[in-house]
Ligand binder design. Structure first.
Ligand code: FE2
Length: 412
């Protein structure tokens, strides 16, 4: 049996940017008081539920940036909104992992992440701000490592005297208890507060702990390749190549999940010096605009063989989430894929090599002499051949007996 593990990847709520009206407890105000145009968040919860009914999930990861501007009321309400949403969706608190983003810094009160930590804690979620966090699963071959990529965010003390003075000047009015005028966040000085940094000790620990796992999920708020539009500062460790090199050096499949860029973007890195490795880097849009559902497929003996990324986008009328794209990526190097195929699979491959490039399910059964085999075993093996990219089932959503199956050219 091929096993499947599903996770939902959500990030970047940027609460106060959403203009949605919530009351002090984070609950929505009477719907009749709200214009439809500012109702996106409330609708999102109803739109996401059918997706979860169709694809029961094992885990949800929220990758940070609850708030837009580091204001305490927005942080509190944003956390309440998310916790209510997950509760509404029937997710178990133990299956939810929450991370922090650069916008979760309490920017003007020199508390860094204290307040967001407090908000999450009051709702039963623990933030890990220092040290690597590891989560194991029923599937023993996989592990999840969570890192804090925001060690550099909000660290004014790291900057030159001139920048510190300039920063102090910009927030003078906010620091004044009597006036409390929020600073203009469009001012480029605030970009200085957003530098992503991962503690190299956490990276070392990740490298040491990963040895006995076949598949690593790694998650942090920031992207690890340079952004299309560069920021003011060049972040060194996170997007400068160091971390990427460490993950590729593990010589095994790694799925790295991040938020921050507000976009669906999957990047695949292969390193010829580490032929058993593949690094799949997956970004997700700002919620509720979209999210990812990621499926990971394992063989019966828990060998990870493929992952499938499904991009969901809230359509313009906010009527529902549409699966706008989905694609599957094999986690096994070409040279080792044949070892995972059984006798049935080998017969099917031989038959393809000696007949046509497109075959119907029934023709495969007859042509390969499989009529004595259990149908479920044949379906299973065809599915595996599809995940290993030997073949492609062109109409997978249909019943197996109407499948049209295509041989994939690269195996000729
Ligand atoms: Fe961010």
């Amino acid at each position: 049996m091929v096993k499947v593990f599903r996770l939902i990847q959500i990030s970047d709520l940027h609460f106060s940017k959403r203009e949605t009206q919530l009351d002090d407890e984070g609950k929505f105000l009477d719907r009749f008081k709200e214009p439809a145009s500012i109702n996106i968040l409330r609708k999102a919860r109803f739109r996401i539920r059918p997706v979860l009914s169709k694809y029961p999930t094992n885990m949800l990861i929220f990758q940070g940036d609850v708030e837009e501007k580091g204001y305490k009321p927005g942080m509190r309400k944003g956390c309440d909104y998310l916790a209510n949403l997950w509760n509404y969706l029937g997710l178990n608190i133990d299956d939810i992992i929450v991370n922090i983003g650069n916008h979760d810094v309490c920017r003007f009160e020199n508390q860094k992440f204290d307040y967001i930590k407090e908000c999450w804690k009051s709702l039963g979620y623990n933030l890990f701000l220092d040290g690597l966090k590891m989560k194991k699963f029923e599937i023993n071959s996989m592990v999840l490592f969570s890192l804090n990529s925001c060690h550099g965010c909000g660290e004014v003390k790291n900057y030159s005297k001139e920048i510190r003075e300039l920063f102090d000047e910009k927030i003078t009015d906010y620091k004044n208890e009597d006036i409390k005028i929020p600073p203009n966040l469009e001012d480029p000085i605030f970009n200085f507060l957003d530098i992503p940094i991962i503690d190299t000790k956490e990276i070392d620990e990740l490298q040491n702990q990963s040895e006995r796992f076949d598949l690593l999920l790694v998650q942090a708020h920031h992207n690890i390749l340079p952004q299309i539009e560069p920021r003011t500062f060049g972040p060194e460790i996170v997007t400068g190549g160091y971390f990427r090199r460490c993950l590729l050096g593990l010589n095994r499949p790694v799925i790295y999940l991040h938020g921050h860029i507000h976009n669906f973007l999957s990047e695949i890195l292969i390193d010829p010096e580490n032929p058993d490795g593949i690094l799949i880097i997956i970004g997700t849009p700002d919620f509720p605009r979209g999210f990812n559902l990621i499926e990971i497929y394992f063989t019966e003996d828990e060998k990870p063989i493929a992952c499938k990324i499904r991009n969901f986008t809230l359509n313009e009328g906010y009527f529902d989430y549409k699966e706008t794209q989905s694609y599957s990526l094999c986690l096994i190097p070409h040279a080792k894929r044949r070892k995972l195929i059984n006798k049935i699979g080998r017969k099917i491959i031989d038959y393809f090599l000696n007949s046509e490039s497109y075959l119907r399910f029934k023709k495969i059964i007859d042509g390969c002499g499989l009529s004595d085999c259990e149908i479920s075993k044949i379906v299973e093996e065809i599915n595996k051949l599809d995940l290993l990219e030997f073949i492609e089932i062109l109409n997978k959503e249909e019943q197996y007996d109407s499948w049209i199956i295509k041989w994939r050219e690269q195996y000729d």
